[in-house]
Design a protein around this ligand. Structure first.
Ligand code: ADP
Ligand code: MG
Length: 687
């Protein structure tokens, strides 16, 4: 096969392999295997050594053994549920081969009487006889080589045997003998100097191809690069979209800033400048504003919004929850009074009549800044001239959603995403390579570091005395209940019983919020907390991101060792958002693991979300880090940011070279198709 034939072949549906029918297709789909190349990327979970060949007098119970025997006699019981039995022998002894759930015809076919066969499986001893039950491998003598080796184990699904799967893999590998290299020599050297095909072959046949081997790394590198390439291409194409530029009015900005009782930090000012430049340019903005909890992102977004409105465009801001949308709305009303910003709020709860009215006004351009929940993005909402979309705290946005968002806004619409989920450096490009990124690192000057304390649970009485005092000083308290194995039901009962206990200590001044409440019920409790009708809010981890509770200054986290670092940091960020001192108390049960101790130590030592994200990755691996789950990074099949940190760096460096050289993107087409990235790019609407 030549190169283009190989490409065509690998990206065909698996049904084009001989012997793969509808049934097999369904089974394979369960393992996310649809095109032929997917077979190759489903890499072995381990290997079984079947080179241990023994005569029947040397068998050891429990050992995986390969035997060479002659089929002597069948024993097919007439009683249902009893297994079929085949007696085999070699010059040294006899053995029973046992088949559960098998048909007689099948057994006769694979073990014809008087034939010589090679059988591999685990040796058992039953009724004073050796036996192998449902052996995974039975082949005729001539095919000994197929079994007598180290054999890969795959994660498969019921109905799909290892033997069948191996046949598929072998047939695919046999069809491709050679593949053109797409990396240049320099890069190749850096990643171990092995070709893709060689690596794929090794991965499927050699025990020495684990996650740190050069073969594995080569494949992982390709995956990382494909990811960076596609994001970079999205970015380039979005940037090429021409838009009407927005103007910028300094006097107007001053007027708005006068409504604040604080001055912006240098970092905030710098980012406002970056955004302003984007808005002023005739290229579409596609920017992420990433900043730790409480770093002051909202103000930045509002200033951007004001400029866009001033340029006669409309702005839409979408928040993840009703209450956050309302909070943004209230703040905006305060900030934009006596300006020409005309505001409104649309949430799921807005009265349908009023909603209709708002929609009409949006269409006519009478409202120029609308704030809301995702109900803002319904099909029946039309804007007169939308110039900026701001998305706050939307963790579930992967690259596909971002493209969709950009398309929806139209070409004159700039996009600003805001997130409080810090991402470790290694992963930044792999997650957000399609966007420009502004990082808000500095916290407002008036902000004090949250004090973090850890206490064993036995000292809960001390805590109660402490919070009584805090309440007297007009502070409010969050009490986060233990997370019990991710089960909502158990979380719920733990929170309820804590609520009952604390209600006795703080009569009529406690509230409860947990995952089983619906949105309205949650909002009601949170609103009461905001209005200070409640002193202590008991909750599971559902306390919404982004909401400002200026008066909540103490957070108590029970069983804190059950939470990950990033999650603890996010929870801690619920307090200390005003000028008063915030305190976070981590309660723990005795006998903490080393890892849990480390987590607590890190939290006590730092309030820096970016630093904590790095540490979290080191401790737990990237799969668990808050916010990644939905970001698309978890889709990596091979690459692992901890094991392969260096590969991420090489890919980043190489990406720059590829971009600078204007090297043909097509060169990497194979790679993009391999990892299902090719289609993403075409989803961008260019006009
Ligand atoms: P986040 O980045 O988590 O969205 P917010 O924008 O909600 O943070 O800001 C948190 C709090 O800090 C708000 O009460 C806001 O008014 C306040 N704030 C923002 N910028 C400053 C600043 N430069 N100085 C003082 N307080 C500020
Ligand atoms: Mg916010």
């Amino acid at each position: 096969m030549n190169q283009s034939k190989i490409n065509n072949f690998l990206f065909k549906n698996i049904t084009s392999i001989r012997g793969v029918g509808v049934k097999m297709k369904k089974l394979l789909k369960r393992k996310k295997i649809e095109k032929i190349s997917d077979l190759l990327l489903n890499i072995p979970r381990g290997f079984t050594d079947r080179t241990n060949i023994k005569t029947l007098d040397k068998l050891q119970i429990g050992k995986i053994t390969t035997i060479k025997v002659k089929v002597i006699k069948y024993n097919f019981p007439r009683i249902r549920n009893l297994p079929n039995k085949v007696i085999c022998e070699d010059s040294k002894g006899r053995i029973d081969i046992i088949f559960f759930n098998s048909r007689e015809g099948y057994v006769r076919k694979i073990l014809p009487i008087n034939s010589f066969v090679v059988i591999s499986g685990k040796i058992n001893f039953f009724n004073k006889k050796y036996q192998i039950t449902n052996p995974p491998y039975i082949v005729p003598y001539e095919k000994e080589n197929y079994v007598n080796k180290i054999i890969p184990k795959y994660s498969l699904t019921e109905g799909l045997t290892e033997k069948n799967y191996r046949k598929l893999i072998d047939s695919v590998l046999n069809s491709i003998q050679e593949l053109n290299e797409w990396h240049n020599n320099e890069v190749l050297k850096e990643i171990g100097n092995v070709g893709w095909l060689e690596s794929i072959n090794e991965i499927h046949s050699s025990k020495n191809s684990d996650i740190d081997s050069k073969f594995y790394k080569r494949l992982a590198y390709d995956e990382i690069l494909s990811n960076l390439l596609v994001l970079s291409e999205v970015r380039k194409r979005v940037r090429k979209i021409k838009k009407k530029s927005k103007t910028f009015d300094n006097l107007y900005l001053k007027k708005i800033l006068n409504n604040f009782n604080f001055t912006l930090t240098m970092n905030q000012n710098k980012i406002i400048k970056e955004i302003t430049n984007d808005l002023k340019s005739d290229h579409k903005m596609f920017r992420l504003l990433q900043g730790d909890v409480g770093s002051g992102k909202t103000i930045i977004a509002f200033i951007a919004a004001a400029n866009v409105v001033r340029s006669s465009f409309q702005v839409a801001l979408m928040a993840p929850t009703e209450i956050l949308a309302k909070q943004h709305y209230t703040l905006a009303k305060k900030i934009f009074k006596k300006t020409d910003v005309i505001l409104d709020l649309v949430t799921g709860k807005t009265d349908p009549k009023i909603k209709k009215n708002i929609y009409q006004h949006l269409k006519e351009g009478k409202i120029n800044f609308v704030i809301g929940t995702h109900s803002l993005f319904q099909k029946n909402i039309h804007f007169r001239n939308l110039g900026l979309v701001i998305i706050d705290e939307q963790h579930k946005f992967g690259v596909k959603q971002r493209i969709e968002l950009s398309n929806k806004g139209g070409k004159d619409c700039d996009i600003l995403l805001m997130s409080a989920t810090p991402i470790p450096r290694t992963l930044m490009l792999a997650v957000y390579g399609d966007m420009d990124v502004s990082r808000l690192i500095e916290k407002p000057l008036n902000r004090r570091e949250i004090i973090t304390i850890s206490k064993p649970e036995e000292k809960i009485n001390e805590i109660l005395i402490y919070i009584k005092k805090k309440i007297k000083e007009k502070n409010q308290i969050f009490w986060v209940c233990p997370l019990i194995e991710e089960s909502k039901k158990l979380d719920y009962s733990a929170a309820i019983s804590k609520y009952k206990d604390l209600s006795k200590v703080f009569p009529k001044r406690t509230g409860l919020i947990h995952g089983s409440l619906d949105k309205n019920e949650k909002d009601e409790v949170l609103t009461r907390f905001l209005k200070k009708e409640i002193d202590v809010l008991i909750s599971t981890t559902v306390i919404e991101v982004g909401i400002d509770f200026p008066n909540a200054n103490v957070i108590i986290i029970e069983n804190s060792n059950k939470f990950g670092l990033s999650q603890l940091h996010q929870l801690r960020g619920r307090v200390g958002r005003g000028e008063k001192q915030g305190t976070c108390i981590l309660l723990y049960k005795k006998n903490l693991s080393e890892n849990a101790k480390k987590r607590i130590r890190i939290l006590k030592s730092s309030n820096d979300g970016f630093f904590i994200a790095e540490e979290d990755m080191k401790l737990r691996g990237f799969g668990d880090i808050l916010g990644y789950q939905q970001s698309g990074i978890k889709d990596f099949r091979l690459a692992d940011p901890i094991h392969h940190e260096n590969l991420f760096k090489i890919a980043e460096k190489n990406l720059k070279v590829i971009e600078a050289d204007k090297e043909n993107f097509l060169k990497y087409e194979f790679l993009l198709k391999l990892f299902d990235k090719a289609d993403i790019i075409n989803e961008i609407n260019l006009d």
